[in-house]
Every structure is written in structure tokens, then in C-alpha cells.
Design a protein around this ligand. Structure first.
Ligand code: 15L
Length: 271
């Protein structure tokens, strides 16, 4: 039996939120869009839009009524002070999971490469590699993943945490080459996570089929994600500038070097 309950998208007015709002509507999903900021441009036909600060639990509950899934992209997407991160990314994500639990909905969350930002660029890792967050933003995404883990084990709430690399129309700099996620592949990954009968809890790499990828996924096949794009076609055009020793050493790039206060480099031998 087909399930035609709507999907709530948070962060729908952001660049990726707009791609998802458009793309999911085109694929026949009923979309309820929301964001803290107004939606720019024209909403796709049939899509409702509400202003929503995800830290407002009453409003999260209201907008989640009757949904089959929440695509949660409503968060601070960069490094900020702890209080702002806590408001949107910790408290807000908590509210989304509590609402999903109440509705029997699954959650697809924007996680980030910054959960493993302090992994050396020379390492090739799968999703079981240890968290190495590169700031409060990265820590908040690790928190989201741990929350999803607990919510599945304790309450059966299914969730996918997309560890998005650099989701852009095309790669701009050399770090984007291993980490690029094209907009069409973001759609493929999100739909795979919404449709699979085999989700449970997964933190899953969110990149395209990049020749230079630093990551190999343990989950793509199981959830049916087949990336179609590859950053290599842009490799000759990207900015190759050196971003400094700390940024160049670690996968998180300048998120690692910003505010870095170590006097001596961290040991290379850690797992
Ligand atoms: C992210 O997680 C950010 O939200 C995005 O703005 C980019 O900085 C991206 O990572 C990246 O590392 O390229």
C-alpha cells in the first residue's frame, strides 16, 4: 500500500533545502516546507511553507503532525559559538527526533564531513571511522548521529545522517574534489534513504562517485544509493591554492585551522 503522508523539510529556504523541496515535489512527494527564513523565489506547486525555528518545540510538533518523514536540514551550517549551535543544532535536532518518535516518522538529517574533520587527508575511511569533529559545529553533527543511534535502539525511530562533503553545483577548490556531492546525487541519496526498507540507523557518506574520494561507503549498496556524478570532470578548473599546514593536513580543511591553538602538531599515529 502506498504511503502518501507528507514529508516535512526543515531548512527549506537554504540552497540544499530548495534543491530538496523542488526535487522531492517533482518526484511526487507531498512536501511541507519550513525554514527560519522566508523562502526565496517561487515555491513548487502544492507545497506549503511555514516559518519555523526548530528550537520552538510546539511549532515543530504542529508541523510534524501526520508526516511519514522529516528531512532535517534546518541548522547552523558553519562554525559558530556554542550557544548558537546549541540552540539550533542540539535543541532543534532533539525536537525533530521527539516529533518523529511521536509520529512514527523516519528522519533524514544533514550531517557533515566535519564529524570526521580532524582525520588526516592521507587516510581512506569508511563510516565506522571514529568521530574527529573539527569544532562545535562538527560536534553538534556528531551529537545528531548519537541521538539518532539512541532513538533507533531505544524507540525504533529510523534515521539516516548524510555526512555531506561539499554539496555545490560544481567543485570550486581542490578539497571539493574528494568531497563533492552534486545536487542530483543529493536527491538520489535522500530518496534512497526515504525509500529503503533497510534503514535502521545509518551515518552515511554524502558524496558523488568521485575518482579522488577519501571515503568508501559501507552503506550505499544496502540502501540503494548509486551516485552518478564525478568531480573529476572539473579537476582542471578548480582553485589549487594552498590553505596552510593545518587545513591541508586534515579532511575538514579550514574548519580545522580556524581558531586552532595547538603550538605543536597533533600526533599522526592516532587511529
Ligand atoms: C559543511 O558541513 C558546511 O555546512 C558547508 O557550508 C561546507 O563548508 C561543507 O561542510 C564543506 O566542508 O565543504
Amino acid at each position: 500500500m502506498s504511503d502518501d503522508r507528507p514529508i516535512l523539510i526543515t531548512g527549506a529556504a537554504g540552497a540544499l533545502g530548495q534543491v530538496l523541496t523542488q526535487g522531492l515535489t517533482e518526484r511526487g512527494y507531498k512536501v511541507r516546507a519550513s525554514d527560519k527564513l522566508p523562502y526565496k523565489g517561487e515555491l513548487p506547486k502544492g507545497v506549503s511553507f511555514d516559518l519555523l525555528d526548530v528550537a520552538d518545540f510546539e511549532k515543530v510538533k504542529t508541523l510534524s503532525k501526520g508526516v511519514k518523514a522529516i528531512v532535517h536540514f534546518g541548522a547552523i551550517p558553519t562554525e559558530q559559538g556554542f550557544d548558537d549551535i546549541a540552540h539550533a543544532n542540539l535543541r532543534g535536532t532533539n525536537h525533530i527526533f521527539e516529533a518523529a518518535k511521536a509520529e512514527g516518522a523516519r528522519v533524514v538529517v544533514a550531517s557533515s564531513n566535519h564529524t570526521v574533520g580532524f582525520t588526516e587527508r592521507t587516510k581512506r575511511i569508511d563510516e565506522d571511522a571514529p568521530h574527529r569533529p573539527d569544532g562545535y559545529y562538527g560536534v553538534s553533527k556528531c551529537y545528531g548521529e548519537m541521538l539518532g543511534r539512541m532513538m533507533f535502539d531505544k524507540h525504533g525511530v529510523e534515521s539516516a545522517h548524510l555526512r555531506i562533503g561539499s554539496c555545490l553545483p560544481k567543485p570550486i577548490n581542490k578539497r571539493n574534489l574528494p568531497l563533492w556531492l552534486s545536487y542530483p546525487d543529493l536527491m538520489r541519496l535522500t530518496v534512497a534513504c526515504l525509500e529503503t526498507n533497510n534503514l535502521g540507523f545509518r551515518a552515511v557518506w554524502g558524496i558523488s562517485a568521485n575518482t579522488q574520494a577519501w571515503w568508501k561507503s559501507k552503506h550505499w549498496e544496502a540502501i540503494g544509493y548509486k551516485p552518478q556524478d564525478n568531480s573529476e570532470i572539473y579537476a582542471k578548473d578548480v582553485d589549487m591554492a594552498d590553505t596552510g599546514p593545518v587545513a591541508e593536513r586534515f579532511q575538514g580543511g579550514t574548519f580545522c585551522s580556524e581558531g586552532y591553538t595547538r603550538k605543536t602538531p597533533g600526533p599522526a599515529a592516532l587511529p
